[in-house]
Write a protein that binds this ligand. Structure first.
Ligand code: SF4
Length: 439
């Protein structure tokens, strides 16, 4: 049996697509391997959100040159957002690549590989036709094939995005927003719970824009939370404009919806948000989050931030720090702005110097460390539920897992298995993680 290796770059959406591709490849009689050297099919599932992953893809392909010259049956494929964006240019740029396919084409992987084996170089980047806002972009036949890993499962509820933030390539690589029919989603979730899923994460580029006015994200969230046997429910990524106090109420009142919200605000200055075409003002973002904190003081907040967006002044940047101070985020993913081909923001130039971007990023990270450190210290002595991910390789006789707040925690002297949901007492705070003992 030939072996297949998939390297995934980027977000959870790509991770999820790679899991689907693995299921499909097994059906094509491939064995999945973690060792690229023994694979006869190498697929790179790419991300073009930032420059770095894209560069990594091309350098990884470069390392395969001598193998490609000597192994006639080695197939190299590029999928994901870079593939969607670049299409046949990838074949022109690199004669080692046999197959290029966009995210809407993964369910045709068998046909595409047959074409490659027949001696063709294949490019498939056509979109699935969007006939309606709600349509099942995952074939009915695949509803039962979702994977549960360490008690966790991912479920796509939307694909694409209609927001066109000026720095973002997603609407061009993943297409316009399409939502799956809710009955189709609920059936998939029930199947995954029957297969042992303890925690389900609902996925979408803009997850809370799901659905229609009659049946939207609040209805779906409630219906999934109410499925018998589901212990934890998460969702990612929500969009601030579509976040409502109704959703805050729902999150707070349902015990199995994790008490955590990662809501990217990206920048604190209104003129920067306007240039980003984010559609929200910082005042409304703050009002929504202050409401959530007022009804749910234990909520763990998280956010994404971009520093050094074109036109961002020191004053704008101070607004970003101010929002961080006000809302006390436990989790922050911060990045320096880098212009991406194909985005509207490219026309704005790259006006903040590299040095200033670096200084601003350092300030964000320092402030985050200070805030997160305090919040983690305040967790010491608390009882938390922990979903075990596996052995902690850095600590003897210990396992690691995630709390409801999505904080990593090491449980010492514990032999719980991956996928177990246990209660623990937090005994120690580290810089970005916790240590605890099982109860
Ligand atoms: S909402 Fe998110 S996915 Fe959609 S365009 Fe903006 S950043 Fe990109």
């Amino acid at each position: 049996m030939k072996k297949a290796f998939i390297q995934t770059f980027g977000c959870q959406m790509n991770e999820h697509d790679s899991d689907r591709i693995k299921v499909l490849l097994k059906r094509e009689n491939y064995e999945i391997t973690d060792n690229m050297d023994e694979a006869k099919l190498i697929l790179l599932n790419t991300c073009s959100v930032r420059e770095n992953p894209e560069n990594k893809v091309y350098s990884l392909i470069g390392t395969l040159k001598s193998r490609k010259q000597t192994e006639d049956d080695l197939i190299i494929g590029v999928g994901g957002c870079v593939a969607q964006q670049e299409g046949k240019n990838i074949l022109k740029r690199n004669n080692m690549v046999d197959l290029v396919f966009g995210p809407d084409n993964i369910f045709h992987i068998g046909e595409m590989l047959a074409e490659v084996k027949a001696g063709n170089r294949v490019v498939r980047v056509a979109w699935q036709e969007r006939k309606k806002k709600v349509q099942n972009f995952i074939p009915e036949s695949e509803i039962k094939t979702g994977k549960v890993k360490a008690g966790k499962a991912l479920v796509s509820i939307t694909k694409g995005c209609d927001n066109f933030c000026s720095y973002c390539i997603v609407p061009y690589t993943r297409g316009r927003l399409v939502s799956r029919d809710h009955e189709n989603i609920l059936e998939e979730c029930s199947n995954l719970i029957n297969k042992g899923a303890v925690e389900i994460t609902l996925l979408g580029q803009n997850v809370n824009s799901y659905g229609t006015e009659e049946y939207g994200f609040p209805e779906l969230l409630k219906d999934v939370a109410d499925i018998d046997g589901l212990k934890r429910l998460r969702f990612t990524s929500p969009y601030p404009n579509d976040w409502t106090n109704e959703l805050s109420d729902l999150l707070t009142s349902h015990p199995n919806i994790c008490n955590q919200l990662h809501l990217p605000f990206q920048a604190g200055g209104d003129n920067v948000l306007k240039a980003m075409k984010r559609d929200h003002k910082i005042k409304t973002y703050l009002e929504k989050m202050h409401y959530l904190k007022s009804i749910n003081p234990d909520i763990a907040l998280g956010t994404d931030l971009i520093v050094g967006f074109p036109g961002e002044t020191e004053e704008d940047f101070e607004c970003t720090l101010d929002v961080m101070r006000q809302l006390q985020f436990k989790q922050v993913f911060a990045y320096k702005y880098s212009p991406r081909p194909g985005t509207k923001a490219l026309s704005l130039g790259d006006t903040v110097s590299r040095q200033d971007k670096e200084k601003r990023l350092a300030k964000v990270l320092d402030l985050h460390q200070e805030i997160a450190g305090k919040l983690l210290q305040a967790d010491v002595g608390k009882y938390v539920s922990v979903l075990i991910e596996g052995k902690d390789l850095f600590t003897d006789n210990a396992v690691k897992g995630r709390t409801e707040a999505n904080t990593q925690i090491t449980i010492e002297n514990c032999d719980a298995k991956s996928g177990d949901l246990i209660m623990a007492e937090v005994t120690q705070a580290r810089a970005y993680s916790l240590v605890g003992k099982a109860l």
